[in-house]
Design a binder for this molecule. Structure first.
Ligand code: UGA
Length: 434
């Protein structure tokens, strides 16, 4: 099939490369000419394990091309995937849909035959219906265009695997024809047994925000338990392990620590509450305000414990920060808890030296005031305290005895509960976890 993927950021670049890998003819479209040039040469402009190989293979095969032209896209595609970002609005918790709207306003008047527009971005429930009406107003004579929604569940760091072997496909369609088209797009995945759930657009839109809300709730739940454990002298890691044996609860997303960040979970739960309020059912999801508050509280708790470990204040203290990205195996620092903590202690007068295996450039771009160091030992040189804020495997491999040679004191706060306390304490370190 001939597919276009409009918006070649994180989601779109992965989707375009993977759809070409499945055998489709794919045209990636973006307004950013620089990004399009890089992708056209088979270069991934961000860090995502495994994507480089799939993209390179797809470009070399001739099945994947890139353009900045919506005219070309309109001529080419039987199916147009919309993969632009829907960040939080600056002035409210709601989602900013300007990029999605701009794609529809640009694409719809150019369409001149039968095709399907499929949104993949996370949007407030009701968006597909609204865009369907708008496409009807903008479409040319002879065009036969439907709008469907097919939310994306991929995780950064596992994006290729999540796209080529997803746990499920969810499509929101208004006609049997749109459903058939999407089954054809995903035929190679249906053949390997990936569950396919076909629903109305509103349900599909809601599945996505419900899933992210549930994941956020699990994380904040265990973080709330962690605080109680601290007060009661109990151990949240053992508690989570014991809970995890109950298959109704499951053990994933029960890792207590600094909490969730990134470009999805935080903004999605806020946009969801805003949309629910518009629908008059804000009360039904008001608990999500609490989930958000518990999450933010983890950042403050981390700063408070760090201050305590630094001797009551950060003024004149050198603090080594390990980790800037919102999670390991990503270079993404959007709404990163690690960076928020680093910024807060810098604001209280600390001399912060920050290390991250992949996120230094992005971190420097949003927070230029910190000292960015591409080497763990250098970042920790003369440190009064080490903060472990993102659980990269590299940090678990650190030899505490070797690190002790460069730091001023042996104090570490493991805000991700990922280091081995016995290993660190036996090397003479004072280790605190969340
Ligand atoms: C999340 C969802 O997991 C994806 O299914 C979804 O497609 C994506 O958002 C999206 O909406 O686009 P992602 O943001 O890549 O994916 O990251 P996650 O792996 O979900 O981690 C989110 C945050 O939760 C990270 O900051 C992570 O450190 C934190 N986390 C995760 C915990 O603090 N504890 C846990 O036990 C698990």
């Amino acid at each position: 099939m001939r597919l276009t993927v409009i918006g070649t950021g994180y989601l779109g670049a992965v989707h375009a490369a993977c759809m070409a890998d499945l055998g489709h003819e794919v045209l990636g479209v973006d307004i950013d000419a620089e990004k399009i040039a890089a992708l056209g040469e088979g270069r991934v402009p961000f860090y995502e394990p495994g994507l480089q190989e799939v993209l390179g293979r797809a470009v070399d095969s001739g099945r994947l091309r890139f353009t900045t032209s919506l005219d070309e896209a309109a001529d080419f595609g039987d199916v147009h995937f919309v993969c632009v970002n829907t960040p939080q609005r600056r002035d409210s918790p709601a989602a900013d849909l300007r990029a999605v709207d701009a794609v529809i306003e640009g694409l719809a008047p150019r369409l001149h035959r039968r095709c399907l527009i499929v949104g993949k971005s996370t949007v407030p429930v009701g968006t597909t219906a609204r865009l369907g009406t708008r496409v009807g107003e903008l479409a040319r004579e002879g065009a036969d265009v439907e709008v469907a929604w097919n939310p994306e569940f991929l995780r950064e760091g596992f994006a290729v695997q999540d796209t080529l072997r997803p746990e499920r496909l969810v499509v929101g369609v208004q006609s049997a024809r749109a459903d058939r088209t999407l089954r054809e797009v995903y035929a190679p995945l249906l053949r390997i047994g990936v569950p396919y759930i076909s629903a109305g657009p509103a349900t599909a839109e809601l599945v996505k925000v419900a899933a992210n809300s549930f994941l956020a709730t699990k994380i904040s739940f265990i973080n709330a338990m962690a605080e109680v454990c601290d007060a009661a002298g109990a151990d949240v890691t053992t508690l989570a392990d014991a809970l995890g044996y109950d298959t109704r609860i499951g053990r994933r997303f029960l890792r207590a620590g600094l909490g969730f960040g990134g470009g999805c979970l935080p903004k999605d739960i806020r946009a969801f509450t805003a949309r629910a309020e518009e629908l008059g059912v804000g009360g039904a999801v008001s608990f999500l305000h609490q989930i958000d508050a518990i999450n933010t509280r983890q950042r403050q708790r981390t700063v408070d414990i760090a201050r305590d470990m630094a001797g009551g204040g950060f003024e004149g203290r050198r603090i080594a920060v390990l980790g800037a990205t919102f999670k390991p195996d990503s270079d993404d620092v959007r709404d990163s808890p690690a960076l928020a903590v680093a910024a807060a202690i810098h604001g209280e007068g600390a001399d912060v030296r920050l290390h991250d295996p992949r996120g230094l450039d992005n971190a420097r771009a949003v927070l230029p005031v910190l000292d960015y160091v591409p080497d763990v030992a250098k970042a920790c040189e003369g440190a009064d305290l080490v903060l472990h804020l993102t659980e990269w495997t590299d940090y678990r491999r650190i030899d505490p005895a070797e690190l002790a040679v460069v730091t001023r004191t042996r104090r570490i706060l493991d805000a991700r509960n990922a280091l081995d306390p016995a290993l660190w304490t036996s090397a003479g370190w004072t280790l605190r976890a969340l």
